[in-house]
Design a protein around this ligand. Structure first.
Ligand code: KE4
Length: 423
């Protein structure tokens, strides 16, 4: 496969942009080799600077539930461009989108639009502290909630001990406000609330983890988290930036029947434009400025272009619930064939092929995957025209634009890899 132009562009990009990318995972550090510079997308496919085409299972890391350039979104953007790009003042569209979000995710009684998932989670954490008057937050190892200082932490020396910085530049004092626990460990959550219950402002969780690879909750885990938060007066925050409107139209909270106090959403609600939101119980959200004392702001929050794309996306999902039957069917077809030495985790249209023959239920078990073998698989697929997430510890995504033929082509290409390994 000719990648001369991508390689040349990477060399040029590195002179002006750290690693040549505007987000680290895009640099292919997890799999080696040189990232492809993408020129355009259409439906289920992306096309790189050398004219190579790929069936895309990254889908911009989740936003493109309807594939690249869905007509509804493109038409909405064309129309709004005629009116302007930003006003820094309230617009009716923002009300329309907030009402749509509330309709599809009723636990979000009030909504504040922001520009990224990181902004949404950072704001939700601050709001939880402001509402409860407490400082501590519980998170789970392997879950990623954006590059919020206090969430870039790793577990302390033992369960229920305060976190340690997990990235340069994060002060110990910030990390010490967070307790990082094993995902899916009810015992760890119980021990932590027993030790610190009265000091915990919130517990934030990806209800289906996507950022260690796809790891669904074990039965009872989310329920335990819900009841312990209620018992100790802490707020349960569902970070549905990835799962929202993807694993079900109402998100993981609808799928599992759990009502969080706050929810963060993003990705799908922007349809590929920079858009995210946080929201939840009215009594909590009314603590947010200008109504309440918890400050949060944003120049481009509720931006007309992003809001127009979001309204188009969510309106389509509201009017076409059959979308979720298509997503389920395509993803099930993709993950159906048992593969030697592979554990496939999937919830709806998000999935991960872990290169281990053991179950993957948390970050420790995910890390047992053979990342070298995954990297060989990744490049086999890339060379064959299938674009997977360039890391074992990421989720893959199916869109409604993925055809049965796309899935068959993908499954057959993967089978070639495993057959070749056996030779
Ligand atoms: P952003 O700030 O990247 O918009 O959202 C952060 C975020 C928050 N919560 C969850 C559950 C997320 O998955 C994310 C971002 N996800 C990554 C994918 N692993 C985005 C890809 C990237 O970092 O380039």
């Amino acid at each position: 496969m000719n990648t001369v132009n991508s390689e040349r562009l990477l060399e040029r990009a590195r002179k002006s942009i750290p690693g040549g990318v505007n987000s680290p995972v895009r640099a292919f550090r997890g799999v080696g080799g040189s990232p492809r510079f993408i020129e355009r997308g259409e439906g289920s496919r992306i096309f790189d600077a050398d004219g190579n085409s790929y069936i895309d299972y990254v889908c911009s890391w989740g936003p493109l539930l309807l594939g690249h350039r869905p007509k509804a979104v493109i038409d909405a953007l064309a129309a709004v461009l005629a009116t302007g790009t930003s006003f820094g003042a309230p617009t009716e569209r923002e009300i329309d989108l907030a009402e749509l979000i509330r309709e599809l995710m009723p636990s979000m009684e009030m909504v504040r639009l922001v520009n990224s998932g990181t902004e949404a989670t950072m704001s939700a954490l601050r709001l939880a502290r402001g509402f409860t008057g407490r400082d501590l937050c519980v998170k789970f190892e392997g879950c990623y909630h954006g590059h919020v200082d206090s969430l870039l932490v790793k577990a302390g020396s033992g369960v229920a001990t305060l976190g340690l910085p997990d990235a340069a530049g994060v002060p110990q004092a910030f990390a010490a406000t967070t307790i990082a626990l094993p995902f899916n460990s009810i015992a760890a959550v119980e021990a932590t609330f027993a030790a610190h219950g009265g000091r915990i402002a919130s517990a934030i969780v990806e209800p289906v983890a996507g950022n260690m690879g796809c790891v669904p909750p074990v039965p009872g885990f989310l329920e335990a988290l819900r009841s312990l938060c209620t018992k100790h007066g802490a707020l349960l925050i569902f970070d549905e930036v990835m799962t929202g409107f993807r694993v079900a139209r109402g998100g993981a909270q609808a799928l599992f029947g759990i009502t969080p106090d706050l929810t963060t959403i993003g990705k799908v609600i922007g349809g590929g434009l920079p858009m995210a939101a946080y929201g939840g119980r009215r009594d909590i959200m009314e603590k947010i400025a200008p109504v309440g004392p918890v400050y949060q702001a944003g120049t481009l929050s509720g931006n007309p272009l992003a809001v127009a794309a979001g309204i188009a996306m969510l309106s389509h999902l509201r009017e076409h619930p059959e979308v979720y039957d298509v997503l389920e069917s395509r993803a099930a077809q993709l993950c159906a064939r048992p593969l030697e030495g592979i554990t496939v985790n999937r919830t709806g249209a998000m999935f991960t092929f872990f290169f281990t023959d053991q179950p993957v239920t948390d970050y420790e078990s995910a890390k047992r995957s053979d990342t070298q073998r995954f990297a060989r698989f990744f490049h086999h697929m890339l060379e064959g025209g299938v674009y997977l997430a360039p890391s074992q510890f990421e989720a893959g995504f199916v869109s409604t634009a993925h055809s049965e033929a796309d899935i068959r082509q993908t499954v057959d290409l993967a089978a070639e890899f495993f057959a070749r390994e056996r030779r």
